[in-house]
Design a binder for this molecule. Structure first.
Ligand code: G
Ligand code: G
Ligand code: MN
Length: 533
C-alpha cells in the first residue's frame, strides 16, 4: 500500500514534468505558427493597402490625362484659342488639375492656362514623369508637374501637392506612413503620416532614411506604380499590427490553456486509475495474490475443531499482507470481489484436501456478499470448483453478513440460499446483530447457521447493554432452529456464558487466531493430542 503510494507520487512528478514540457513545446509550436500566420496576414494587409493607394494615384493620373487627350490631338502642331479654352474648362471643372501648359522642345510655353510662374521641361524623356514639389511663390501652394511628351512637344499638368497627398491616404487602418518614392532619384517626394492622437493624415517631412531605419521597417511595403519611376511606399502601424497579433496570440493562448488543462485532467485521471486500488486489485487477481487463512471453529460438546472460517488475505508485489477490511468494499463495488472469492475458494480447495480427508466432518466457511448471489455466474463457478476438486457440499458453508440481506434483490438472494441448502451446502447469517434484521425478515432466508457478532460476545461480563442482547439473539436463533456459532470468543468467561446458554460452536482468539494451512494441519494434530475445553 505504502509502496503503491510512493510509486504514485513518483509517477505524478514524472507526469507533471512531462505535461509541463509538452505544454511548453505546444506553446512554442503554436506561437511560432501564430506568429508566422500573423506576419503573413500583416504582409497581406500591407499589400492590399499599398495596392489601393497605388491604384488611386494611377487612376488620378490616368483620369487627368484622359480628360486632356479628349481635347488634345496627338498630332498637335499649334496652339489655338479653342484648345486653351478647353484646357481652361478642364482646370475649372477638375479640382485635381491646377494648370495645363504645352511647351515646345526649346522650353518655350506655347499655350496653357498658367498665367504666372514658369517651369522647365523636366526631361526630354518619352515617358510620363512626375516632378515636384515646386512652389512658384509664397502665395502659391506647392505643386507637382506631370509631364508627358506629345510628338515633339511637352504637355505639363500641374497637380497640387495636397491633391496627391489626399490620393495617398489609405483606407486601411494598418498603415501609419505612406510615401511616393522616386526610384531613379532614390528620394521620397511626397509623404503623409497618420497622427497618433486624432488618426488623421497629414503631410510629413521625415527623411526616408529615418523611416526605413525604424525598427518596424519590417512592415514596410513598396508597390510599383504605372507612373514611371515611382513607387508607393507604405509603412505599417506597429501598434496596430501588435494589437492584431496580440489578439491572435490571446485567442491561441486561451485554447492552449484549455487544452493543457484538459490534458492535465485526463493524465491525472489516467494515472490515478492506473495506481488506483481497483487497478491494484486487478493486478492482484492476475498475479494470483489472494490466499486463505484459516480460523478454526471449536465444538464445545465434542471438544474438537469442527471447521474453519476462511479469511481472505492479499499478498502484494512488495510482500505486504493486506487485510480484507482495506479493500473488500472497493472490491465489492467494482465487482472484482467475484474473481477474488473464486481465487480464494480454489486455493482453499487445492490446499485443504488433506484436512478434509483426515477429518471428513470438517467444514470450510467462506464469506460472501450480496454481489455473489445477485451475479448468477458466481454460484455456477462455485459449483464447478466443488466438482473439480470433489469437495462435498456438506463440508462447505457460505457466510453472508446480515447487513447484506437488506439488499434490493433480497428475493434473488433468498432463492440462491434456498438453492444452496437444497444442494446440501450450509449457509450462515454472519455478523448477526449488526444488521437490524427481525425474526420475520430472517424467516425469508433458508439459513441453517447464525454467527453472533463479536460485538455481543465481547460484551459478555462487561455489564453493557449489548451483553444482555446475547440471550435474545441466542433465543431468536433457537426459535429459527439455527445452529449458533459465537464469534470473537476471547476468554474462558465468555465461553462459559455461551455454553450455559446453549451455544456449542465457538470461534475466537481464545482458541486460535487465523492461520495458514500448514499451521492448521499442525494445529489439528496437536489438538488431537491435548484437547481443549
Ligand atoms: O479476520 P479479518 O481481518 O480477515 O476479517 C476482516 C473482515 O473481512 C471481516 O468482516 C470478514 O468477514 C471479512 N472477510 C474476510 N474474508 C472475506 C472474504 O473472503 N470475503 C468477504 N466478502 N469478506 C471477507
Ligand atoms: O465478519 P467476520 O465474522 O467474517 O469477521 C471475522 C473477523 O473477526 C476477522 O477479522 C477475524 O480476524 C476477527 N476475529 C476472529 N476472532 C477474533 C477474536 O477473538 N477477537 C477479535 N477481536 N477479533 C477476532
Ligand atoms: Mn465471517
Amino acid at each position: 500500500m505504502q509502496a503503491r503510494k510512493g510509486k504514485l507520487a513518483n509517477a505524478q512528478i514524472l507526469l507533471n514534468l512531462l505535461w509541463g514540457l509538452f505544454s511548453l513545446v505546444l506553446l512554442l509550436i503554436v506561437f511560432y505558427f501564430v506568429g508566422q500566420k500573423e506576419r503573413l496576414q500583416t504582409q497581406q494587409s500591407l499589400i492590399l493597402a499599398a495596392d489601393e493607394v497605388a491604384d488611386k494615384i494611377d487612376n488620378l493620373v490616368v483620369g487627368i490625362l484622359q480628360s486632356i487627350y479628349a481635347v488634345l490631338d496627338t498630332n498637335f502642331k499649334d496652339c489655338n484659342a479653342k484648345l486653351v479654352s478647353s484646357f481652361q474648362h478642364i482646370v475649372f471643372n477638375n479640382p485635381n488639375v491646377s494648370a495645363i501648359i504645352i511647351k515646345d522642345k526649346n522650353n518655350t510655353t506655347m499655350c496653357g492656362t498658367l498665367t504666372h510662374g514658369t517651369s522647365s521641361i523636366i526631361s526630354s524623356n518619352q515617358n510620363l514623369i512626375l516632378y515636384g514639389p515646386i512652389q512658384f511663390s509664397a502665395k502659391d501652394k506647392p505643386t507637382f508637374i506631370l509631364q508627358q511628351r506629345v510628338g515633339d512637344k511637352y504637355l505639363q499638368v500641374f497637380i497640387l501637392k495636397e491633391v496627391l497627398e489626399k490620393a495617398l491616404v489609405p483606407t486601411s487602418r494598418i498603415a501609419q506612413w505612406v510615401g511616393l518614392y522616386n526610384i531613379p532619384q532614390q528620394k521620397v517626394v511626397l509623404q503623409i503620416l497618420r497622427d497618433f492622437t486624432n488618426h488623421e493624415w497629414k503631410s510629413d517631412t521625415a527623411n526616408l532614411q529615418e523611416v526605413l531605419h525604424q525598427p518596424e521597417a519590417a512592415s514596410l511595403l513598396k508597390m510599383n506604380l504605372n507612373l514611371n519611376n515611382f513607387q508607393v511606399i507604405l509603412l505599417g502601424d506597429a501598434k496596430i499590427i501588435r494589437k492584431y497579433s496580440l489578439y491572435y496570440e490571446l485567442v491561441a493562448l486561451s485554447f492552449l490553456v484549455l487544452i493543457a488543462l484538459a490534458m492535465y485532467y485526463y493524465l491525472q485521471r489516467a494515472i490515478h486509475k492506473h495506481f488506483s486500488l481497483h487497478r491494484a486489485l486487478e493486478i492482484g487477481i492476475k498475479n494470483n495474490d489472494f490466499f486463505p487463512m484459516y480460523q478454526p471453529i471449536f465444538n464445545i460438546n465434542t471438544k474438537t475443531f469442527c471447521g474453519a472460517e476462511i479469511l481472505l488475505r492479499w499478498r502484494t508485489d512488495d510482500q505486504d499482507i493486506i487485510m480484507p477490511d482495506l479493500f473488500i468494499s472497493d472490491a465489492e463495488e467494482s465487482g472484482l470481489i467475484l474473481p477474488i472469492t473464486l481465487q480464494l475458494i480454489e486455493k482453499t480447495f487445492q490446499e485443504s484436501k488433506s484436512i478434509l480427508n483426515k477429518y471428513p466432518d470438517f467444514h470450510l466457511a467462506f464469506n460472501v456478499s450480496a454481489v455473489h448471489f445477485v451475479k448468477e455466474e458466481f454460484l455456477t463457478l462455485f459449483y464447478a470448483l466443488c466438482k473439480k476438486y470433489q469437495i462435498p457440499a456438506d463440508n462447505l458453508m457460505l457466510e453472508i453478513t446480515e447487513r447484506d440481506l437488506l439488499h434490493q434483490e433480497e428475493a434473488t438472494i433468498a432463492q440462491r440460499i434456498q438453492e444452496l441448502r437444497a444442494a446440501d451446502f450450509s449457509v450462515a447469517v454472519d455478523d448477526f446483530g449488526t444488521g437490524h434484521a427481525s425474526i420475520s425478515y430472517l424467516q425469508h432466508f433458508a439459513f441453517n447457521y447464525l454467527k453472533i457478532d463479536q460485538l455481543f460476545v465481547g460484551a459478555i461480563g462487561t455489564g453493557a447493554i449489548t451483553e444482555t442482547l446475547n440471550k435474545s439473539i441466542i433465543q431468536m436463533a433457537k426459535n429459527l432452529q439455527l445452529n449458533i456459532i459465537a464469534e470473537g470468543v476471547e476468554s474462558f468467561e465468555q465461553q462459559e456464558f455461551l455454553k450455559e446458554h446453549g451455544v456449542n460452536l465457538m470461534q475466537g482468539w481464545y482458541y486460535a487466531k487465523a492461520m495458514s494451512i500448514e499451521e492448521l494441519i499442525q494445529f489439528m494434530q496437536g489438538v488431537h493430542h491435548e484437547q481443549k475445553g
